[in-house]
Design a protein around this ligand. Structure first.
Ligand code: GLP
Length: 242
């Protein structure tokens, strides 16, 4: 694993954006995996700035998002689809046909999961996958469990995740209890991984996930076995690494 510890959140976002931009400069038709949540937000703003400066173009990329709530249409303000268009895709002038996000409104969710895996395979696999990490160590929505999930699937969110994500909704009751999520296997098949986290409240889980044992009780820990995984942190999130 490669570690990059940045002095602050701004430098961290710039580092992540630079890595993603370099990937696209080297392979303009890259398949990029994107994440939602607060961790990648500033990275997305930096990417839009790099586009504005003419450094990078997403005109040929394909994108695959990690997850989506079940039951929220793309127009819903808290859907991950809407998050991505508002925070990245519109600013990068992306066309709908370039973008893949699991459809949480699909009538047959299992068929949607299978089709999503097929779409990733048809694109030749993901070149670079951006990840955040949940407070319980989840990546995408892969909650602590007895085994690592292999493929995109329907996941039931645990109470801690509902609690963490309720800040985006009116109340905890409004947070969907299920989501479609790429599996840990789907993520591990990406050729490169870029995980980003900032702030004190992620310091302990970063230490446990990457210096502790590899276990499905903490799905991010399997990234220790990925051959090309870069972790980009600010000083606070790196604070428990010793
Ligand atoms: C959600 C998402 C994850 C994300 C996590 C952490 O549960 N499904 O992909 O990594 O939240 O979010 P944040 O970056 O806001 O801490």
């Amino acid at each position: 694993m490669h570690w990059i510890v940045c002095p602050d959140e701004k430098a961290q976002a710039r580092a992540c954006a630079a890595i993603i931009a370099a990937q696209v400069l080297q392979k303009p038709s890259s398949a990029l995996g994107f994440a939602t949540g607060s961790s990648p937000l500033k990275t997305y703003a930096e990417l839009i700035e790099l586009k504005r400066q003419g450094v990078v173009s997403f005109s040929q990329v394909m994108t695959f998002n990690l997850d989506e709530y079940v039951g929220l249409p793309c127009g819903h303000p808290q859907s991950y689809c809407r998050f991505m268009w508002d925070n990245l895709f519109t600013g990068m002038d992306m066309r709908e046909e370039q973008v893949h996000i699991p459809n949480g409104m699909a009538a047959d969710l299992d068929a949607e999961c299978r089709a999503y895996e097929q779409a990733i395979a048809d694109a030749g696999g993901i070149d670079l996958q951006l990840l955040g990490i949940g407070h319980d160590g989840h990546i995408a929505f892969n909650e602590p469990g007895a085994e690592f999930s292999r493929f995109t699937h329907v996941e039931t969110l645990n109470a801690r995740t509902v609690e963490a994500n309720k800040r985006f909704f009116e109340s905890a009751d409004d947070v969907p209890r299920t989501a479609l999520s790429m599996g840990v296997g789907s993520i591990m098949r990406a050729r490169r991984i870029l995980l980003t986290a900032y702030g004190k409240d992620k310091a302990e889980i970063i230490r446990e996930a990457f210096l502790g044992p590899v276990t499905p009780a903490l799905s991010a820990s399997i990234l220790q076995f990925h051959s090309d995984c870069t972790i980009v942190l600010d000083r606070e999130a790196a604070g428990s690494l010793g």
